[in-house]
Design a protein around this ligand. Structure first.
Ligand SMILES: Cc1cc2nc3c(=O)[nH]c(=O)nc-3n(C[C@H](O)[C@H](O)[C@H](O)COP(=O)(O)O)c2cc1C
Length: 199
């Protein structure tokens, strides 16, 4: 079994339609941990040692968040700034995270047409993920394409449920090692190999 750590960042979960539902289908399993950053650190005072211990205990890390201003809500940046320390995560002696798999799981208001060179956001989602990708690379982690739910504005409840089923199935297959991470290398999205219809 692989151990999965979901590092979750949504500043107003009580108002969420999509992410709240995505979390519902995350398997309740001792191998899966949801680390809700805004709930745990409402003052942004991240417990670095707790976070490092969680990272060490897990094999696959998911940065799960809504897409805000082409990036993540700020607490995830704070988490990266505080936890991924020189000499631990990167740099001289920084080997703690070597080989761990990491990817973003994001929801975004814009749809797939908006996230392309001819669309109104001009760039693709993987383009916007570059800072995360390179952060992972610097930490010798194995960065994978993002799991995406696009076009969330006005998304039907049916599609939200379908996205949530897909997310739950993905995590279950990661956990039981049936998901082949090698097969998604080079893909724009992690879920284009799964149900595919959401993007
Ligand atoms: C502050 C803020 C910034 C946002 N920025 C973006 C953005 O850059 N691109 C985008 O496609 N959607 C953007 N959105 C839309 C959110 O991504 C969308 O509402 C969210 O993913 C829906 O998930 P939820 O129901 O769990 O909140 C933004 C929303 C907010 C509140």
């Amino acid at each position: 079994m692989r151990k999965v750590l979901i590092i979750f960042a949504h500043p107003r979960l009580e108002n969420s339609r999509v992410n709240r539902q995505l979390l519902v289908r995350v398997p309740a399993s001792p191998s899966v941990t949801i680390n809700d950053l805004y709930e745990t650190y409402p003052d942004f005072n991240i417990d670095i040692e707790r976070e490092k211990a969680l990272l060490l205990e897990n094999d696959v890390i998911i940065w799960h968040h809504p897409f805000y201003w082409y990036s993540s809500p700020p607490i995830l940046k704070q988490w990266i700034d505080m936890v991924l320390e020189y000499g631990w995560a990167y740099g001289n002696g920084g080997e703690a995270l070597r080989g761990k798999v990491v990817f973003n799981a994001i929801t975004a208001g814009g749809n797939a047409e908006a996230y392309c060179p001819d669309g109104y956001n001009c760039y693709t989602i993987p383009d916007f993920m570059r800072p995360f990708e390179q952060t992972a690379r610097l930490c010798k982690m194995d960065y994978k394409p993002p799991f995406v739910v696009l076009g969330t504005h006005g998304m039907s409840q049916e599609r939200i449920l379908s996205a949530s089923t897909e997310y739950g199935m993905l995590i279950e297959s990661i956990e039981n090692e049936s998901f082949d991470f090698e097969s998604v290398n080079g893909n724009a999205y992690l879920n284009s190999k799964l149900m595919g219809t959401l993007i």
